[in-house]
Design a protein around this ligand. Structure first.
Ligand code: DGY
Length: 327
């Protein structure tokens, strides 16, 4: 009998097509809104494999109802929505989709850095409000990026592309803080590993590319912002949970840091009356890091490939708890 797969939203058709071609019995949640937790559990009970999105909360409650799953294939590189420890305990492998979205996500970080440094979103809004009257020699000036120091928090695949973009375009000096040294980044970009405090002290642009974990949850808070330069631009394209949004608002209001560019907010979605949206030195996007045709198609290919490969060979293209596969 064919294995049953549930895809929890409509994603690029390559996922559905390749699963069908490989002989799976595929159900797609076709509504425009994500499933409720009850719907997710009810639908997952009927299948062997789940192709999930970041909006699905695969927590203890979910696993206690769906401990029968053979495999979870996440349509994202991040998997902080999944209790991986619990999946591992139950022997369920979890796949993700790295690499294919690194360029797209780094482009958003790079774009936000430029947009923030020149207050682009704010200036755009002044035109919409009919406020473009004359040349202004002194109002709302931005800052130049050439030769500045870029601090990368989390030098993984996306951080590497951001470093490459910034060095190529602006000859920026690259420093980084990660749990492990990234020798490739050090060779390619002359990047220097620094302590977290040094990263805060030296970065003129600080770009977050880490995962959201117990260690990084709410890490960028009042005390951390107070250690940064008053001229610093804070960029976050990883997860909104890494920064404390109230503290970020205060830091910008009080001039503790100069500006912020966010593709991820805390919470998401951001409410339309959030004060960040009216601040000149802030640029906000609605979590579009991976939103290119190429990246999303690649994510769909890998997520479905993880399921196909698992049933065919017992291996996966990208698995975040490979110890389960070894058993
Ligand atoms: C990811 O892949 O983790 C993105 O945030 C989802 O687009």
């Amino acid at each position: 009998m064919s294995k049953k797969v549930l895809i929890t939203r409509v994603i690029p058709s390559i996922a559905y097509d390749s699963l069908i071609a490989a002989g799976f019995d595929v159900t797609v949640w076709e509504r425009d809104t994500p499933m409720t937790q009850a719907q997710l559990i009810e639908q997952t009970k009927k299948v062997d494999a789940l192709l999930s999105l970041g909006a699905n909360k695969l927590n203890k409650e979910f696993f206690s109802a769906c401990n029968h799953l053979d495999i979870i294939a996440q349509f994202a590189v991040g998997y902080d929505n999944i209790d991986v420890a619990e999946a591992t305990r139950l022997g369920i492998p979890v796949g993700n989709t790295p690499d294919v979205l690194s360029e797209a996500t780094a482009d958003v970080a790079f774009g936000l850095m430029i947009a923030t440094s020149r207050k682009m979103f704010f200036h755009h809004k002044t035109i919409e409000r009919g406020e473009w009257k004359q040349f202004e020699p002194l109002k709302n000036l931005g800052v130049q990026l050439t030769g500045k120091t870029l601090g990368i928090f989390g030098m993984g695949r996306i951080g590497m592309v951001m470093a490459q973009r910034c060095q190529g375009a602006y000859n920026m000096n690259i420093i980084y803080h990660s749990r492990n040294r990234n020798i490739e980044a050090e060779k390619l970009f002359n990047a220097k590993w620094v302590s977290f405090d040094e990263l805060l002290k030296e970065s003129e642009v600080l770009s977050v590319h880490s995962v959201l974990s117990e260690e990084t949850q709410g890490l960028f808070n009042k005390s951390v912002f107070s250690k940064m330069r008053r001229s610093a631009i804070f960029i976050n394209t990883s997860r909104g949970g890494v920064h404390n949004e109230k503290d970020l608002i205060d830091a910008l209001r009080e001039g503790t840091i100069w500006g912020a560019g966010l593709d991820v907010t805390n919470p998401e979605p951001m409410k339309a009356d959030n004060p960040l949206l009216t601040m000149p030195n802030v640029a906000v996007l609605p979590h579009i890091g991976s939103a290119t045709e190429e990246a999303r198609t690649g994510m769909a290919r890998i997520a479905s490939g993880n399921i196909i490969e698992f049933y065919k060979t017992g291996k996966m293209l990208h698995c975040v708890n490979p110890e389960v596969l070894k058993n």
